[in-house]
Ligand binder design. Structure first.
Ligand code: GPW
Length: 798
């Protein structure tokens, strides 16, 4: 373990020899990066210590968006200065190494990044934890813009090896699919044997999760599918039929080839179910193996030593799979297995969108996982049996909560039934779960429900992403907030301090210049760092309403041209985010942004006032450049639809002012900063609910009554923006023919007014920067350290 610069240089040269097999001088920059990553990884490994007496949390998630690790781990291990100065002596630049690192895209968006922030907080708070996930050979596609449209390229992140992972063949486990179940009776009890059609091998790869101060190093264990030795078709191989022998190999490896890019919607594909079962079964087998090593067959203490958390329903088969292993392999009975599984497993719901609530056709499920299906059927049968049939409306209650209904396996219902706790991810979201989506469960088992408002790693998204603000804070309130984010509150004392506010403004300017340079490099567009940076970055979804933002810009443009007396402070509108390949509407919104950007940015009558930029390939690494540069944070989803949002927290912490609806965690941001320090507009969740219910909203009426709305909608159909990539009828139809399901036009006026009022405040520097500092000062609550402490105390009981 190196401590000094001198020791580092020696160990680094040695690492080049060992890892690359060449002298330092002969290594390429890439090879040197590789050697450095391996060196830091092994330093982290030395800190890895199993505290076997403690309870451990296994966090099952289909997605982990961990981002780049080198810079973060140097910071967490306190080695940044030693390493960067050591490298400088050797004629190298650490920043060049940062650029080389791949950003593994093993997730789609908020859900995957949340899992990564949780891993950071768990390690930094010193809890023993393991992340359990999938090692997709191809991460989320890379996005390019070509002729004003999104184009997808594969993300071959493993092409050149990934230095942070270590393969553990010795820990590989078999996973079964298909076949049938044989029942036998030994005169005493029934025995079940699953005779699979296919058995594959799940091979784990470990990535170290390094906590701040190196307190604790945990692992993220991601599983890869390989054919079993005997699974390789030797007969075909010996016959010389290589194609056939290889086909099997390819079919098996396909299980972990790709991440499904459809965020918040079902694929319905059998391959997806295979993915879900593969990593769940492998993770459960791993837990059982480790438990037996430490505690033998003392199953009665299992739930005192092991907590299993399911990140949404994707790993929902955790509980039945654990029961299967306990019964079929370890010989336990039903009651005992049920008690152990249901005392260990907990579940977080992340969405109320019906299209994202997982359901599998019973036939497909039973054919792929026959033994698991039997167990789920029995759980469902017992659930129905125990149902109190003496209350009014019990049939309706049962219909809404049963696992098997309508020929489908309802995964959310399975998750609630087998879990000891169920939580939503923001106050409003948990209330909607309790009162609407999972209402009947809440009536039956209110004690299971609780809220855990999401959080973000303030270390990655603030301390690391915003070095100029970090430095300023260290000079002002010290460093305590890195360990105790609630200490950001101490900033409140400086809200009136003009010289401090000026320094905050200067730091923001530095971050805006950094982003402007990145934009120039990626898009060729020059933006003015003195303009207001108004930013919306997130996945493209109808409910997130990027379209509302676009209509705002179109309207501003119309008015700037029409009215010589209309003035606003210059604004740069920045967008980034990916749309699923098959989601035509979302892709059309991206196309529309590119089209209006092309028109507006080339129009010399307005382009000193407004500009529009689409930054391609939004990812954890460019997010770290984008959030710190924002002044306005666009959080404008239809109220009630965004479970929480976490980008909203990243912007707030970096001193942006939220322009948003009362949705998800925006509600809590409002409560924390007070209504003077945020700009809220639009319909509330209950108003939307009522209008939906009554069917009282008519988009056509608004179109005919509001001239500004009429004009921008007509421009979707004429040639104002169609030059680059064609027209926008699909968007027009969604707003008018389909009666605007997301209340875009209904919120338009309120949004325009809110935007203009907010921009108006920018003229008064003192007010603006005071608001900005106040937002940062109140943001400690949104550290994932706070969230994790709540999970630990109230759910996992570590
Ligand atoms: F549908 N979320 C996401 F609930 O990013 F599974 N992807 C998803 O597939 C789902 C949810 C799922 C997001 C929510 O949309 C966002 O509001 C929330 O902040 C985030 O999960 C983390 O809880």
């Amino acid at each position: 373990m190196f401590k000094t610069k001198k020791e580092f240089k020696k160990e680094f040269e040695n690492a080049c020899l060992v890892v690359v097999g060449k002298d330092f001088e002969d290594c390429s920059t890439e090879e040197k990066y590789f050697a450095l990553a391996k060196l830091i990884s092994s330093q982290a490994g030395e800190l890895h210590e199993q505290k076997i007496a403690h309870k451990k949390i296994y966090y099952f998630s289909m997605e982990f968006l961990i981002g780049k690790l080198l810079e973060n781990y140097l910071m967490n291990l306190g080695l940044t200065k030693t390493v960067s100065e050591g490298l400088k002596d050797m004629g190298e630049s650490l920043e060049d190494y940062f650029d080389i690192e791949k950003d593994p895209g093993l997730g789609n968006g908020g859900l995957g990044r949340l899992a990564a922030c949780f891993m950071d907080s768990l390690a930094s708070l010193g809890y023993e934890a393991q992340g359990v996930g999938i090692r997709y050979r191809f991460g989320l596609f890379k996005q390019r813009i070509e002729d004003g449209r999104q184009v997808e390229d594969p993300d071959n992140w493993l092409e050149k090896d990934y230095p942070w992972e270590v393969k553990h063949l010795e820990a590989a486990v078999p996973v079964k699919f298909g076949g049938r179940v044989e029942k036998s009776y030994d005169g005493n009890e029934m025995h079940y044997q699953w005779i699979p059609e296919e058995t594959i091998l799940a091979v784990p790869y470990d990535i170290p999760m390094v906590g701040y101060d190196g307190k604790q190093v945990n692992t993220l264990r991601i599983w890869s599918a390989k054919p079993m030795e005997e699974g390789f078709d030797m007969d075909a191989f010996n016959r010389g039929d290589y194609a056939h022998a290889n086909k099997h190999r390819a079919d098996v490896q396909a299980i972990t080839d790709i991440l499904y890019p459809n965020d918040q919607s079902l694929s319905g594909r059998i391959l997806r179910l295979k993915q879900e079962y593969m990593f769940t079964a492998a993770g459960i087998m791993d837990i059982v193996n480790n438990f037996k090593k430490q505690y033998g067959n003392h199953w009665e203490i299992f739930s005192e030593k092991v907590a299993i958390h399911t990140n949404d329903t994707h790993p929902a088969v955790c509980a039945p799979e654990l029961m299967r292993v306990l019964m079929d392999q370890e010989g336990l009975g039903w009651d005992e297995s049920w008690k152990i599984a249901s005392a260990s497993v907990s579940y977080t719901n992340h969405t109320i969108l019906p299209e994202a609530l997982e359901k599998w056709p019973i036939d497909m499920f039973r054919n792929l996982l026959p033994r698991l299906y039997d167990i789920i059927e029995e759980i469902d049968r017992r659930y129905r049996d125990s149902f109190h049939k003496n209350v009014d409306g019990w049939q309706e209650q049962l219909k809404n909560t049963a696992i098997l209904w309508d020929g489908q396996v309802h995964m959310a219902n399975l998750s609630v039934i087998v879990s000891h706790h169920v939580n939503g991810v923001a106050d409003l979201h948990t209330e909607i779960l309790k009162n609407i989506v999972l209402k009947d469960f809440y009536t039956l088992v209110p004690e299971k429900f609780n809220n855990k408002t999401n959080g973000i790693s303030h270390r990655r998204f603030f301390a690391q992403a915003n070095p100029s603000y970090r430095k300023l804070l260290e000079e002002t309130i010290g460093k305590g907030w890195i360990h105790h984010p609630e200490e950001l509150e101490n900033l409140k004392k400086y809200e009136e301090n003009v010289s401090f506010l000026e320094k905050v403004e200067a730091s923001k300017k530095e971050n805006k210049i950094r982003l402007a340079n990145y934009i120039k490099k990626m898009t060729g567009i020059e933006v003015n760092p003195n303009s207001i940076f108004d930013i919306q970055v997130k996945r493209f979804h109808a409910y997130k309403r990027q379209l509302l933002n676009v209509l705002k810009i179109m309207d501003l443009y119309n008015r700037l041209l029409a009215d010589p007396n209309f003035h606003i402070h210059p604004v740069t509108f920045i967008f980034a985010g990916k749309a699923a390949q098959g989601y035509t509407f979302a892709k059309d919104v991206i196309r529309l942004i590119c089209a209006i950007a092309d028109v507006i940015n080339h129009d010399d009558r307005v382009n000193r006032m407004i500009k529009v930029v689409f930054i391609p390939n939004f990812s954890v690494s460019n997010a770290q450049i984008i959030y710190p540069a924002a002044e306005i944070s666009e959080q404008i989803s239809t109220a009630g639809m965004e479970a929480s949002g976490t980008g909203n927290m990243k912007f707030m912490m970096n001193g942006a002012i939220t322009l948003g609806t009362l949705d998800g965690a925006n509600v809590e941001i409002t409560q924390l900063v007070g209504s003077d320090n945020i700009k809220i507009f639009g319909l509330k969740a209950h108003e939307i609910e009522t209008m939906r219910h009554q069917g009282s909203y008519l988009a056509w009426t608004l179109y005919h009554e509001n001239q500004r709305i009429k004009k921008v909608l007509d421009q979707l159909m004429d040639d104002t923006y169609s030059h680059l990539s064609g027209g926008f009828d699909l968007i027009y139809d969604s707003l008018l023919r389909d009666n605007d399901s997301f209340f875009v036009l209904k919120d338009f006026e309120s949004y325009m007014n809110a935007f203009e009022e907010l921009v108006g405040l920018y003229e008064d520097k003192k007010t603006w920067w005071k608001m900005s500092v106040h937002n940062t000062a109140c943001s400690g609550y949104f550290s994932s350290d706070r969230t994790i402490e709540e999970y630990v105390q109230e759910i996992w009981k570590l």
